[in-house]
Design a protein around this ligand. Structure first.
Ligand code: CTP
Length: 412
């Protein structure tokens, strides 16, 4: 496999995903999900119920998935195979989105009266179900009782979002957008081996205000910290994310605490730290802030202007000093370096009493702030290091989380 393909490697690459679409208006969103899964390298095969095909034509799904769409239980498959058994046996995951109240009721009752419900009974693969319907239908005790049953049958039931519905009522019942749905689907491919482990992760830049309109900040996008939080959550961990200002969507299932300045970051991290098993500080915290935030906008004056700055407290260093005899919590720092990467990383690890430090080269366009990819070196507290290849930020996060988790699991 060439380097280019490993950079783009996702959890979905090479996976056979069966995608069931039932008859709800939210089926239009499933079009985007099918396309997005395909872009990440999954082989997606769509199965539509008759009602599902009234909303989106099979042609649309066939073109976007690049595969034949199935809906007829009585047509024989390739080599005269029985379609529901053939499809059920050859998938890594079955997704049903949107799942209507009727399909949910059928599945809860074990009724197999169309291709999709037959596949759901026949498959040994995990099933992730995304209910989406009018709020009253969703909240009806019959639907709730059916969803409880599905959970007992080991279906992964993803709660719908709250919001405005196509029928102009507001409440729970909306199908999530792809970015959120993706997290639940990714989790279905992960072992839930970090359940009970609490991560505190920081992400993004801090903003140090000069006056009501201006601030000092840096180019951190938050992508690396958010990827770490998402990956830990996908493996079942409890995650608190302390985030500086950035434009990333809040990942589902994660408690997000928004902060603005380094001082606020310090306060929040110290409040949360006693509950954490692992703290990962991916945030780019400003080292200095203006001595005083001016109450009114600073006016244009002479040719030069003085901006007196004062040092911010080092959050990570302070956590390192507070480590107990049991070496808890595990502390993972980041080191943004443009030269002497290894030496600078080792120095920071020692000075801040860390377990691991992740050094990244901010000078390269593929690894710097806001890039989609990263290439890091992980150094441990015995001085040994491991250089990871150029990978997507999510793939990099997967390796960092795995490394940090072994430190907790090995000492518990
Ligand atoms: N860090 C922190 N509080 C600060 C500054 C940095 O917690 N006030 C953390 C960062 O989140 C990161 C690590 O310390 O995990 C290293 O940050 P970095 O900016 O690379 O190094 P600094 O210690 O700030 O040193 P320098 O800027 O001189 O390289």
């Amino acid at each position: 496999m060439g380097q280019g393909s490993s950079i783009n490697m996702s959890l979905f690459t090479g996976k056979n995903i069966l995608f069931g679409v039932t008859g709800g208006i939210a089926a239009y969103k499933a079009v985007d999900w099918v396309r997005s899964l395909g872009r990440e390298g999954a082989k997606v095969t769509v199965v539509q119920t008759a009602a599902g095909a009234k909303f989106i034509t099979p042609l649309t799904f066939a073109v976007l998935s690049g595969n034949q769409v199935h809906s007829d239980i009585f047509s024989l498959g390739r080599d005269a195979t029985i379609p529901h058994i053939d499809l059920a046996n050859n998938c890594d995951l079955l997704i049903i989105a949107p799942a209507t109240a009727a399909t949910i009721a059928k599945l809860a009752g074990g009724i197999a009266d169309n291709l999709l419900t037959n596949i759901a009974l026949a498959t040994k693969a995990k099933i992730v179900i995304f209910p989406a319907m009018n709020s009253n239908m969703y909240l009806h005790p019959a639907t709730q009782c059916n969803l409880d049953k599905l959970q007992k049958f080991k279906y992964i039931v993803v709660p719908p979002e709250y919001g405005m519905m196509a029928c102009n009522t507001e409440g729970p019942g909306r199908l999530p957008e792809w970015q959120a749905a993706r997290e639940y689907i990714a989790a279905a491919f992960c072992r839930q081996d970090l359940e009970g482990i609490r991560f505190l992760i920081t992400a993004g830049p801090t903003c140090e205000d000069l006056d009501p309109v201006r601030f000092l900040s840096n180019r951190s996008s938050g992508k690396m910290g958010y990827a770490l939080a998402r990956v830990a959550r996908q493996r079942g961990a409890e995650v608190v994310l302390v985030s500086g200002p950035c434009h990333l969507p809040p990942p589902p299932g994660i408690e997000i605490i928004k902060i603005r300045s380094a001082l606020e970051m310090y306060e929040e991290v110290h409040k949360q730290a006693p509950k954490a098993h692992i703290i990962i500080k991916a945030a780019a915290v400003a080292d200095y802030r203006p001595i005083r935030r001016q109450e009114h906008k600073i006016k244009k004056g002479g040719k030069n202007i003085d901006l007196p700055l004062t040092a911010n407290k080092d959050v990570l260093k302070s956590l390192g000093k507070m480590k107990g005899d049991d070496n808890r919590p595990i502390l993972v720092g980041f080191a943004a370096e443009s030269e002497n990467h290894l030496a600078a990383g080792r120095e920071k690890l020692k000075a801040k009493n860390l377990d691991l430090i992740v050094v990244n080269d901010i000078a390269s366009p593929e690894t710097g702030f806001a890039a989609e990819t990263n290439q890091v070196t992980i150094i441990d507290n015995r001085g040994s290091h491991e250089k990871l290849p150029l990978l997507s930020k999510e793939a990099t996060a997967r390796l960092i989380i795995a490394r940090a988790a072994t430190l907790v699991i090995s000492t518990s």
